[in-house]
Design a binder for this molecule. Structure first.
Ligand SMILES: [Zn+2]
Length: 288
């Protein structure tokens, strides 16, 4: 069942658990993530960046694929299809393509006022069409989809201004970064998280860059109001490791081991297992 993400995240915030928002890249990722959600009875957010949509052909290809996979696997848990780090134009394209949720990332706009104005416009548009919408204040460190940010601690007053526009959930930098964390990473700023939470009330917060944050920090963040945790790199790493193991064992050169259904299966299975582990860590198991 394809739904928007507003209610599932409100429930998560109130229930002190979080939902993983897992990025899809292709059919393998989509099927694996859906399978993990169904097997653990976890509500799911499956999301796609503009870059991944380009790889798949278009946002429409992604939306149609996700819908068809939900039907084919008889998925009963609620699933939201969300745009990750969208530009203004990508938000419009996803509304058209049949997504049920969008993220407008205005943190890279020239001024905060532009972020504010465009978020306001897109909140009204998304809600008029039944979609949920995420906004962002303060860049998330690291590089995602070719966009690099130094990572800052989001300004709580700006978070409040964006929250008041009626966004359904909000991404805000609290020391988190995209990609693999450097060895000297300082950790999440719980002080800043508490300051932001005090300003935005029960609005669900989003933690980007969920790969490699120690579990105790993840769970503390959840207890303080983080209800959506974005996971992209983590699944890429387990897929790559399983595929590497298959190739290095020479299995692609044995029999018909070169068949893509054999070659991609270890990676596909690894995504299912890792996604289930993360759902366990986030507390979303049996919440569907
Ligand atoms: Zn992100």
């Amino acid at each position: 069942m394809l739904v928007n993400a507003a209610d599932m995240l409100k429930d998560a915030e109130a229930g002190h658990y979080a939902l993983g928002a897992f990025n899809t890249n292709n059919l393998e990722w989509t099927l694996s993530i859906l399978k993990a959600a169904e097997e653990t009875k976890s509500p799911l957010i499956i999301q796609c960046t503009g870059g991944a949509a380009k790889w798949m052909g278009s946002f429409k290809v992604c939306a149609d694929m996700v819908k068809a996979c939900i039907d084919a696997l008889n998925i009963t848990v609620p699933v939201a299809l969300h745009l990750d780090h969208g530009t203004y134009e990508q938000c419009l394209a996803c509304i058209e393509a049949g997504f049920t949720s969008i993220m407008y990332d205005g943190s890279h706009e020239e001024t905060f006022q532009i972020n504010l104005d465009r978020t306001k416009e897109l909140v009204e548009l998304a809600h008029s069409k039944g979609l949920s919408i995420e906004a962002e204040v303060g860049g998330i460190g690291g590089t995602e989809d070719g966009v690099t940010s130094n990572g800052e601690l989001a300004d709580p007053a700006q978070c409040k201004q964006i929250a008041d526009l009626g966004v359904d959930f909000l991404a805000c930098g609290i020391g988190n970064i995209h990609g693999v964390y450097p060895a000297d990473w300082a950790g999440l700023s719980f002080e800043r998280l508490a300051e932001i939470k005090a300003e935005v009330g029960d609005l669900p917060l989003v933690l980007h860059g969920g790969t490699g944050i120690p579990v105790d920090q993840i769970q503390k963040a959840i207890s303080m109001g983080v209800a959506k945790i974005n996971v992209n790199t983590d699944l890429q790493l387990v897929f790559a490791a399983a595929t590497r193991e298959y190739i290095e064992a020479g299995k692609d050169q044995q029999g018909k081991g070169y068949d893509p259904r054999k070659l991609l299966k270890p990676g596909r299975d690894a995504i299912v297992e890792r996604t289930k582990e993360l759902m366990e860590e986030f507390g979303s198991v049996n919440k569907a």
